[in-house]
Design a protein around this ligand. Structure first.
Ligand code: HEM
Length: 660
């Protein structure tokens, strides 16, 4: 009796295994992935997304056909896929990235390490950042790398395991919240400049890019990757158009590989490694290089290079708005300036040596500007101290147990605070600060006309303008250029709503509500909306309780924006806490961070002393013909000091080169 049972059991397991393999083979074997990069995707991210879709379908079929529980099905399918892959490849050791665009590749012939996190082996003495961020952490080579899952500091709160939070319809429409809470009120902040905001966007583009699916969701709302934003019938803007809009397009962020809980992922390296300047994949990185003199490729007038009709930089979003494109350009020029400087004193260095040396110094000054000049203004000195974010050279600063990867709530909510600082009408100011004109943001998304105008002179006026124009205050209000006119289609007098997208995105990612992050950040619990919490003023508290019916419904993005700023900072305590944690990980969890000593590629004393004195002002002065700037270009006050005589010599040697 016992024997028969065992035999029967064995048979059942064996048949299950055969049919499992068949299901996996049927699903994965025939599928082909089309590789084409969009605005918010890359060829690699598309592969990962397709793999996840097929994976989820296979899991469902396995559950149905074999009667397995979800978690068991997930595990078994994952194992079956991986062993099948091993048979298809014999470890070709290719890294993610580098896929040809518009190519069609069978799913199973795609290098397995995109999802498997396997790597041939790290070179522990290699002194530079790898292009895709792998091998920074030698024990966990994928930490902080491109194409890994966003990390959670609070458990996911999906509806039915992977549907967006609130998909059942019990949360207010993201567009309704946008119009009720985040309307457009002009409240300039006399202390901070637009550069603080635009630099923040540029900085974000060194840290995260969360790829999304590209579906037509207003027409096919029930498709699995769709989560369109419904517009209330009495919307003050969209309902009043001659062609009233009742729906805003929105597709879900691509899901990551073979995870049991749906996770989103980061298509770029998290490290502050200048990936926005140099790229996060080998193919892009190569396109950007001149392969002579250690230089990056430039276009006419020393603007971004024109590659196949597209102004290319390290991050695919570079031309999203002209201020951003201009900041990209200054950093590309800074790289070339430093490469020339190094080459002058090291005439025998080859192209690659010059390139890597220059890149290392550029990244060092970049990190210095972020940590010593920009971040303290955003999160205030208390959060700087608490997270040990002060710049100083130290031997034991690198902590290999810290995961530097991007945190989901950081990318999806906290670091989007910058959207409220944006001015819809942007000032152009002549290089000597005398004349001013203006342009409208809504007319210039993905439009390089102004940027290219007058051989780059208008670009210089943009940069000067960013350093003189006030930011909008950090508050719940956002410019109509973002909330009604985001990326309008050709010939349309309306666009999308960035604020509604931020809220919808948080739900798409299954971020728990604002409440859950208060406890993370040592703030008093908020169980109900009856008693005002001290982080809110009366007016903002009323807003919160008017639009949400319970405390647990409050979205992180909206709750965070309604908080009053921390002392000496721009954002409120919850965002300061999340941002502080992220930047702490990016410092302590990065083996190549410029303040560490005793690691492969650590800076010399003179290199460190050069990098730690560089300000954004210097980078602007050294790479444009702007006449004068204040010391801290993120702040509105401060005496204008002339740029000539600024010596940007790179500290890699003792020879000083002055600007002509
Ligand atoms: C004119 C200025 C800006 C425009 C047009 C813009 C536009 C956008 C858009 C369309 C998204 C994707 C929204 C989604 O579908 O989820 C996004 C994401 C984001 N934005 Fe902005 N943004 C601007 C400025 C800023 C600023 C100033 C900051 C920060 C200081 C910022 C931080 C972010 C972050 C962190 C993300 C998420 C990135 C990711 O992981 O994919 N943005 N922005």
């Amino acid at each position: 009796m016992l024997r028969t049972l065992i035999v029967v059991c064995f048979l059942v397991v064996a048949t299950n295994q055969t049919s499992l393999n068949k299901i996996v083979q049927d699903n994965f074997g025939g599928v082909q992935a089309t590789l084409r990069a969009g605005r918010r995707s890359t060829p690699t991210s598309r592969i990962i997304a397709v793999q996840n879709n097929v994976f989820q379908r296979t899991v469902r079929q396995t559950m149905d056909n074999l009667g397995l529980e979800r978690s068991v099905a997930v595990r078994q399918v994952r194992e079956a896929v991986e062993s099948m892959r091993d048979r298809h490849h014999h470890g070709d050791g290719k890294k993610p990235g580098g896929f040809p665009s518009s190519a069609i590749v069978p799913l199973l012939s795609i290098p397995s390490d995109v999802c498997n996190n396997t790597i041939a082996g790290c070179d522990s003495i290699y002194p530079y950042y790898t292009v895709d961020g792998t091998c920074n952490n030698l024990d966990n080579p994928f930490w902080g790398a491109a194409n890994v899952a966003l990390r959670r500091v609070r458990p996911a709160a999906y509806e039915n395991t992977f549907e967006p939070r609130g998909a059942g319809g019990d949360l207010p429409s993201a567009r309704l919240i946008s119009t009720q809470v985040h309307k457009d009120l002009d409240k300039p902040d006399s202390e901070i400049t637009q550069m603080l905001a635009h630099f923040g966007q540029f900085l974000d583009h060194d840290i995260s890019l969360t790829p999304e699916n590209e579906a037509e969701c207003c027409e096919h709302a029930s498709e699995s990757e769709c989560f369109p934003i419904s517009v209330p019938l009495n919307d003050g803007f969209f309902s009043a158009l001659t062609t009233p809009q009742s729906c805003l397009e929105f597709s879900r962020s691509s899901a990551y590989c073979y995870e049991e809980t749906r996770e989103q992922f980061n298509a770029i390296t998290a490290f502050l490694d200048g990936s926005n300047i140099y790229g996060s994949d080998q193919e892009t990185a190569n396109k950007l290089r001149e392969f002579a003199g250690g230089r990056l490729l430039t276009g006419a007038s020393d603007l971004l290079p024109d590659i196949e009709g597209f102004r290319l930089a390290g991050d695919i979003r570079a031309t999203e708005q002209p201020g951003l494109t201009s900041i990209h350009t200054v950093w590309m020029r800074e790289h070339n300036r430093i490469a020339a400087d190094i080459s002058n004193s090291n005439p025998n260095d080859d192209d690659n040596t010059l390139f890597q040396k220059a890149r290392r110094l550029v990244v060092a000054e970049w990190q210095n500007i972020v940590y010593s000049e920009w971040l303290p203004i955003i999160i205030g000195s208390e959060a700087i101290d608490k997270n040990q974010l002060k710049v100083h050279r130290q031997h034991n600063g690198y902590k290999k147990t810290i995961d530097p990867s991007a945190i989901n709530s950081f990318a999806t909510a906290a670091f989007r605070f910058g959207h409220t600082l944006i001015q819809g009408t942007v000032n152009l100011v002549s290089k000597d600060g005398k004349e001013t004109s203006q342009y409208q943001l809504r007319d210039n998304y993905f439009n390089t006309a102004l940027y290219l105008q007058n051989d780059g002179e208008t670009m210089v006026q943009m940069l000067k303008g960013l350093t003189t124009q006030a930011s909008q205050k950090f508050d719940q209000y956002a410019s109509e250029d973002l909330t009604n006119h985001l990326f309008p289609e050709e010939g349309h007098n309306f666009g999308s709503d960035l604020i509604a997208r931020n809220i919808q995105r948080g739900r798409d990612h299954g971020l728990p509500g604002y409440q859950a992050f208060r406890s993370l950040c040592d703030l008093e619990e908020m169980r109900d909306l009856t008693n005002r919490r001290r982080e809110f003023n009366d007016n903002n508290w009323d807003k919160l309780s008017a639009v949400y019916s319970s405390a647990e419904d409050v979205d992180l993005f909206t709750g965070g924006l309604l908080e009053s700023p921390v002392r000496g900072g721009v954002v409120g305590p919850t965002f300061a806490c999340i941002i502080g944690q992220q930047f702490s990980r990016l410092l302590a969890g990065d083996r190549h961070f410029f303040t560490h000593t005793g690691q492969a590629g650590s800076l010399s004393t003179s290199e460190f002393s050069w990098a730690s004195q560089r300000r954004l002002r210097d980078v602007l002065c050294d790479n444009t013909d702007i006449v004068s700037l204040q010391d801290n270009v993120f702040k509105s006050y401060g005496e204008q000091k002339r740029c000539d005589g600024n010596s940007g010599s790179s500290g890699s040697h003792h020879h000083h080169r002055h600007r002509g």
